[in-house]
Design a protein around this ligand. Sequence first.
Ligand code: NAP
Length: 246
Amino acid sequence: MRHILLLGGTTEASRLAALLAHADCPAIFSYAGRTVAPIAQPLPTRTGGFGGAEGLARYLRDHDIAALIDATHPFAARISGNADAACRAAGVPMLMLRRPAWAVDPDWQHVPDIGGAVAALPHAPTGVFLAIGKQTLAPFASLPHRWLLRLVDAPDAAPLPGAKVVLARGPFTVAGDRALMQAHGITHLVAKNSGGTGAAAKLQAARDLGVRVVLIDRPAAPDRPQVATPDQALDWLHQTAPWRGV
Ligand code: NAP
């Protein structure tokens, strides 16, 4: 039987997985394998990289994939580029499920990338909430700040000199994020423009506390059809790769 391949790692991916399972859609869920205890999905699930665009193209052919939905994080640019190339090579239709980015806010300093965020921070030591995950911390090591990191899993080694690590998984609340930033004497917040509500709490909390916000813009996405909600993704699937003759 032909299957849908759903690339996950976001809240929207998990919501779409629930819709697909409810609709008896033959689908496979894919995790990168970055977190120790990923959220269990109501679909057959595979974990780990495919081996680049070529490996993914091979997977698409070997598993007779009828369509691919990329519901990875907006900053997971490599897998999205690989998926685009693999789908082109294997002739498989592809959809991007992306929650909308947060609108530009004049109170926030918008920067294009991690390097821009490093350059935007002050030189004198202060308290900085680095809400950017664990993979791109090294460039900040040149600065003398007290770092607050919020991670899903405990890091194996100290991720950044001077860093305090809080372990938590979203969604987060404004009151909780306000209390967190107050407790750690935070003056600056560095975040990615992920969009969504659960991740937006820290921005409202920063506004409430007068904390300066440095927001990193999204990397470019492949030129593919894109929807913002799991329901819209389901509609696209019905039109593109119907599985019950609808
Ligand atoms: P990335 O840099 O775009 O991807 C790196 C490699 O990880 C890919 O080349 C691929 O390996 C593998 N990979 C990524 N997503 C995969 C998936 N869903 N299924 C199978 N393999 C996958 O991505 P990343 O920034 O490391 O993010 C990894 C995962 O964490 C993504 O699924 C993403 O949705 C989630 N996430 C990322 C962020 C973020 O800020 N980047 C935030 C929250 C969640 P191969 O080349 O070997 O296929």
